[in-house]
Design a protein around this ligand. Structure first.
Ligand code: SF4
Ligand code: SF4
Length: 285
């Protein structure tokens, strides 16, 4: 069964992040709600399945409201850059969205440097307002070109405003067409010490070559890009099928998909959070 489904619904984005190239992609793509219906009703989804509704910037999808309504009976998180708080808050209120995750990769200067738009004040004011309408969490992505102060200033904002936050690590995602290589994050041990974050601690071991963990998460995590491709994962150039050509359940339940999952069962090639978090044993530190 599926535990987590990344739905990248559209390429359009009003941010200019250094971690992702959705905003540069041409031609632009977006998923049609009629096609997404097959995922919202998938026989591989149950009450433990979480859907991550993402873009680009999801709220720029011209039919974002219809997609939110499709997933109304499911557990889902809306991911947003919150560069346009009124647009996001209007959708959240109208469609009863319960959970929103916002990216905040630095303080005032660091946000502009990493995310390419000078909008820390706008986004943080939007988070505070959005908290009145939904449960808001913040994701802080650490990159080899981040500084400790970027993390600290974003985390300080969250602590001061009672916003739960999670730390993520940059990955060279094929889906985002990311071009920069992952690398050493010199201040990461300090973040691990301060937060006790298991995923970041394991990244240190994985990068050092002392953590060889097979990949079972590909069997329970699905990632679909705006052109409809169902990817094996973020970091392999393997496509399981396309939901514009075939129903999702036919792709996910096929013998070919089972063979591909088996072939990558011992892969240890990435440390991409939406997959590898599910591979980490609960008692790992
Ligand atoms: S990381 Fe998100 S907000 Fe930034 S450019 Fe990519 S899709 Fe847009
Ligand atoms: S470990 Fe390998 S198969 Fe698993 S998500 Fe990473 S690249 Fe994909």
């Amino acid at each position: 069964m599926l535990r987590y489904v990344n739905l990248y619904c559209n390429t359009a984005c009003d941010s200019r992040c250094t971690t992702c190239n959705f905003w540069r992609m041409k031609p632009r793509h977006r998923l049609d709600p009629n096609v997404l219906e097959g995922i919202a009703t998938s026989r591989f989804a149950d009450e433990e399945t979480w859907f991550a509704l993402q873009g680009g910037e999801f709220t720029l999808h011209p039919r974002a409201g219809e997609i939110l309504d499709l997933f109304a009976g499911r557990s889902f998180v809306l991911f947003s850059n919150l560069l346009n708080p009124p647009r996001v808050i209007a959708l959240v209120k109208k469609h009863g969205v319960k959970h929103v995750t916002v990216s905040l990769d630095g303080g005032r200067e660091g946000y502009a440097r990493i995310r390419g738009v000078d909008a820390f004040d706008r986004v943080t004011a939007g988070i505070v307002e959005l908290q009145q309408h939904a449960e808001v969490a913040v994701g802080i992505t650490l990159t080899p070109w981040s500084r400790y102060d970027d993390y600290a200033e974003a985390a300080d904002f969250c602590r001061a405003n009672d916003v739960p936050f999670g730390v993520n690590i940059y990955t060279d995602s094929r889906i985002y067409e990311a071009t920069q290589q992952p690398g050493e994050i010199p201040f990461l041990p300090r973040v691990v010490e301060e937060t006790g974050d298991r995923f970041c601690a394991a990244y240190l071991r994985w990068r050092a070559g002392t953590l060889d963990l097979g990949c079972r998460s590909i069997r329970s995590v699905a990632s679909i890009s705006p052109d409809g491709d169902v990817h094996l994962c973020h970091n392999q150039d393997v496509i399981l099928g396309n939901i514009n050509d075939m129903r999702f359940d036919e792709i996910w339940g096929s013998e070919e998909t089972a063979r591909t999952h088996a072939a990558f069962a011992t892969c240890n090639a990435c440390w991409t959070s939406c997959y590898r978090m599910h591979d980490l044993p609960p008692d790992a530190s």
